[in-house]
Design a binder for this molecule. Sequence first.
Ligand SMILES: Cc1ncc(COP(=O)(O)O)c(C=O)c1O
Length: 393
Amino acid sequence: VSGSGKPLGRALRPLFELAAEGTFLNHGSFGACPRGLLAEQARIRAEMEAQPDVFFRRSVMPDQGDTALRTAVSRLAAFVGARQEHVAFVENATLGVQSALASVDLAPGDRVLITDHTYNAVRLMVEARCAQAGATPLVVKLPLPADPDGIVAAFERALAPRVKLAIVDHITSPTALVLPLERIIPALRSCGALVLVDGAHAVGQLALDLDALQPDWYVSNAHKWLFAPRASAFLYASPAVAATTRPPVISHFVGMGFPRSFDWVGTRDYSAWLTVPAAIGFHEGFDAATVRDHHRRVLDAATAALLAVGAKPVGPIGLCAAMRSFVLPQRRPATREDALATARALWDEERIQAMAVALGDQLLLRVSSQVYVDAEDTVRLGEALGRRGWPGR
Ligand SMILES: Cc1ncc(COP(=O)(O)O)c(C=O)c1O
């Protein structure tokens, strides 16, 4: 499977199952898996059905040495700049973050640092874990509009004793900001915090070199920007924490420790994980610089289209990779219902997918570029917002 050799944009839509009538500007939420990779997953499933015993015992179960699963992990580990013994597949970022969080021994009085842009499910799990342990969440407020120095300063100001763990996004979900981790991680370490990076959107959208970045844990979804089938993600645990990183599910191989204890989580469909090497191949079929230029063109077009209806970017283009978020002006404070209604109306009445979310009292709209998106798609979004009353709502 390869996407190379064709111009980027709508010409690549036939590689995907995306409904013909739709304008898809929300790759960020759930990804979109190319037809060729779904076929590869079907081939792996057929192998599983042809000889279930051989498939599970030799390809997946971690006590068999060089399993197909470990070979797939090796390919992924090399792609993200890590060694395979530090990388485990998990189903999704939610599970990866939860496993790392559960592996930290929190004591009463400890703090867990997150930000006001932290993904809602992650905030909820931090609150639950802190309540259990007598620890306290510490929420860093990031500046909006954002700028790199302001972001780093916000983390530095928040640093307090007893921050046991800091959870930092690589790319924030509501605001699509690429956080300057190379400055933030050393600052967090200087106060003794363990650092868990939530890179749910990162693999495939940013080039990763985890050995150089040096987080304690790093989580990312292969099913978003790496094009892999859904329920494929990974958890990286550094040499310092691998031995204490506990699997989300206790099963036969728990005694093997990280990462093999993560490889078997009971009988399930392991085909998405085994498709990840093919997904990396598909991704590498595109020239990285060409894709970067394409995303920039799409996001510049989106910016022009949204400025025309009164929307403002949440930060400079230098903090964007393949997504950009905008504040949609409203006369009254935005609510979650406003965001849901906006996204629903865009699809129901305009056949456009874009992610809307309320952050504080502001209504945000996030636009994703992707290899199958044209700049023209974002013009359609601007026109649709104009029809729905912007500016001046
Ligand atoms: C920053 C961030 N963390 C975690 C997640 C959860 O990902 P998943 O639903 O694949 O577990 C998302 C999903 O969009 C996200 O944006």
